[in-house]
Design a protein around this ligand. Structure first.
Ligand SMILES: Cc1cc2nc3c(=O)[nH]c(=O)nc-3n(C[C@H](O)[C@H](O)[C@H](O)COP(=O)(O)O)c2cc1C
Ligand code: SF4
Length: 426
């Protein structure tokens, strides 16, 4: 058997994950969920791993790691394991996990339970941030409904903060400590929650597992490209008419992606691809790309957790970037010297450049500090910030000179700093 038997026919085209979602109703209940998707499919661990591997599914939490490899690594430990649904969604401009957990919690738990049975887990923990009130309210009854004596499911709520979603910080928190990243190895799949092998997976990845297990890898590959199969949830915000979460096939041209969000509210000057760990691109070059790993990698970008921010011409890219760098420096867990001191210095230099108060050597100092902190933290926080800063200097650098001469006429773009609550229409 390669595809679990199901009484429902698979969705053709889009939406897949967001099938049946109605922006006016609450969380999808189990009856409606099973009417749409059928009951939880039954397949052996090897069948599931093979299907996931052949589907080409990769993690949607930002690291883009092959999902089958991680599932197999946890199962190969041959010890009682734990599955953690990483619903932290600490990227301020991302809302996809919020949407999935608040509206389609049954689909996410389907994936978590399938993964748990396959890797030999004895429990499932759903971890969210303390501002995720809507997901918490949706999850509590669904967890109570789907928990069983042999597969308990629980909800864990941690303080918010950018680095609290990093997987070692999640494990550390679940073990009763501060949600701060730890030096790895051991990685969670080796020794995670309570020293057990632990599968940490993003909610979207789990929701995709739930669909692949039902409809198989051939169905999954009907959308997307050979190298990037399937669909992805993308949160589009900034200067677009309808910011929100959209499900798009990999390979979709960026122009179509912006059009899906209602188009720009003004001419666009740049796109931020991949969120606050991501990369700025001039709008003209970004529009020639597709939502595909190869296209994005060819210009040094990655989709990260599926975040795209459009910056209109009326905004100041330097000021917006300075706000973000300042916020990200403040998110350091303050336990690694280069991250704690380096990011603060980088934020201060960037702020001086954007504000027109920098001296002649500031840009060079900033670039040197970037080189010095790269790769020097317990987690990838400094690396993400450095990538962002370097791309901001590349794209908005030509404006630096005029910033030193006159007040900046840019209008605030209102890019979010900190967790968002509620989700906007999609
Ligand atoms: C600073 C930092 C913050 C992160 N925040 C999140 C998060 O909020 N949610 C998430 O799923 N992954 C986050 N990640 C990635 C996780 O460490 C991990 O790779 C992911 O949860 C694995 O799930 P996936 O394989 O399904 O993507 C973060 C990573 C870093 C370095
Ligand atoms: S690199 Fe920064 S955020 Fe990551 S663990 Fe070290 S201090 Fe914390």
């Amino acid at each position: 058997m390669s595809v679990a038997e199901t009484s429902t026919s698979p969705p053709r085209g889009l939406p897949r994950l967001l099938q049946g979602l109605d922006s006016r109703s609450g969380p999808m209940d189990r009856a409606r969920h099973e009417q749409l998707h059928g009951p939880l499919p039954r397949c052996s661990p090897e069948e599931l791993f093979d299907m996931i591997e052949r589907s080409g599914l990769r993690g949607r939490g930002g690291a883009d790691f092959p999902t089958a490899t991680k599932l197999r690594a946890v199962a190969a430990r041959r010890r009682v394991a734990t599955v953690v649904v990483n619903g932290s969604e600490t990227e301020p401009a991302s809302l996809k996990d919020h949407l999935l957990l608040a509206r389609l919690p049954q689909l996410v738990l389907d994936g978590a339970l399938l993964a748990a049975f396959a890797v030999g887990a004895a429990e499932v923990i759903v971890k969210i941030g303390e501002n995720a009130e809507e997901p918490a309210a949706a999850l509590e009854p669904v967890i109570a409904e789907r928990t069983t004596g042999y597969m308990p499911i629980s909800l864990a709520v941690s303080p918010d903060g950018y680095v609290t979603g990093e997987e070692s910080a999640v494990i550390h928190f679940l073990d009763g400590h501060q949600p701060k990243p730890r030096f790895v190895p051991p990685r969670p799949f080796e020794r995670g929650y309570r020293n057990r092998p632990t599968l940490v997976q993003n909610p979207e990845t789990l929701a995709q597992i739930a669909l692949v297990a039902r409809h198989g890898e051939h169905w999954y590959r009907e959308l997307g490209t050979a190298a990037d199969p399937g669909s992805a949830l993308v949160t589009i915000s900034g200067a677009v008419a309808h910011p929100g979460v959209y499900e798009l096939a990999f390979g979709t041209p960026m122009t179509d992606l912006i059009a899906a969000a209602g188009g720009g509210t003004e001419p666009l000057q740049a796109l931020l691809v991949g969120g606050y760990f991501g990369t700025w691109m001039p709008a003209t070059s970004a529009m020639g790309l597709r939502l595909a790993r190869q296209d994005l990698a060819s210009v040094g970008c990655a989709l990260g957790a599926g975040v795209i921010i459009a910056l209109g011409e009326s905004a100041c890219g330097l000021h917006e970037s300075a706000r973000i760098v300042d916020y990200m420096a403040g998110q350091s867990a303050q336990q690694c010297g280069p991250c704690m001191h380096g990011l603060a210095a980088i934020a201060s230099a960037f702020g001086a450049l954007a504000g027109g108060s920098a001296d002649a050597g500031e840009r060079e100092r900033l670039l040197r500090w970037c080189a010095e902190v790269r790769g020097r933290g317990a987690c990838h926080h400094p690396d993400g910030v450095v990538r962002f800063v370097e791309s901001a200097l590349e794209v908005f650098g030509p404006e630096l000179q005029s910033h030193g001469l006159r007040p900046c006429p840019g209008r605030p773009a209102g890019l979010p700093l900190g967790p968002q609550i509620g989700w906007r229409s999609r």
